[in-house]
Write a protein that binds this ligand. Sequence first.
Ligand code: ATP
Ligand code: MG
Length: 299
Amino acid sequence: MSTETLAAVATDPSDLSRRLSAAEQQLVQSERLASIGQLAAGVAHEINNPVGYIFSNIGTLERYLGDLFRMLAAYEAAEPLLAGTPSAAELASLREEIELDYLKDDIPSLMAETAEGVKRVRKIVQDLKDFSRVDQRQDWEWADLHHGLDSTLNIVNNEIKYKADVRREYGRLPEVQCLASELNQVFMNLLVNAAHAITAPRGTIIVRTCTEGEGDAARVWVEVEDDGCGIAPESLKRIFDPFFTTKPVGKGTGLGLSLAYGILRKHDGAIDVRSTPGQGSCFRVTLPVRHRGVAGEAS
Ligand SMILES: Nc1ncnc2c1ncn2[C@@H]1O[C@H](COP(=O)(O)OP(=O)(O)OP(=O)(O)O)[C@@H](O)[C@H]1O
Ligand SMILES: [Mg+2]
């Protein structure tokens, strides 16, 4: 920036106040995200326990039911011994009344469905915990980015599943020293943006990862590519500006990419985009494997 522009910025009160209010809004947004994370982690924690015992009880119930079915089969095998007695007639009518054959078919599939449902709830709870990481200190940590991407994909699955298929083209990644939950927010915004960009009845989102370089110079990148509407050249320059959005009111605040940009700057990383209008976009996040900059950390 030249000195003239600097002076102009510094002396133009309307511009200054616009910037100040943008910074304030960004702060509000990141606080909002932090408190959503906290809420999610709290709910996840509360659900975790009951889901834990439902899961283990279902396992026990399945075993008990197996035993009961074996016992029932043994009784059935002994039934001919009662032929002609009133008990035999009673058993026959009861069998019909409760539709025993149907129950024997349906109970195992009910149990399997229930177990599957609880497993899914458990996974969501775990993803929420991983995503928010509020139970851990927001600290620089060594994290597996594939793990963060998978959790985030699970969380935004609802937003994506009706619009696009997700293809994971994961390379080999070392653990990366980062603020993991903040990076998850970056991935989340890129994925939601990609889903919003899909115009065809169904599109494809590709999540790609790769490592480049070695030792202290090693860097990793994560790409989120979509075959959606693409970005017009005049918008491309502005997408990282706070509040730049092309989405209707209520659908976008235009903060996602500016937050992502800030988070990556903190990581000494970068975010780049290639886009062809009408064909799609590809956002690439690049990060150093080892974070430099906070004294006394990282070994
Ligand atoms: N994958 C993409 N394809 C097409 N346009 C995109 C894509 N990602 C971002 N954009 C454009 O960049 C703009 C800014 O994105 P950004 O994520 O900052 O805000 P938003 O998605 O509009 O709102 P928010 O993320 O705050 O809910 C979007 O409104 C859209 O025009
Ligand atoms: Mg967005």
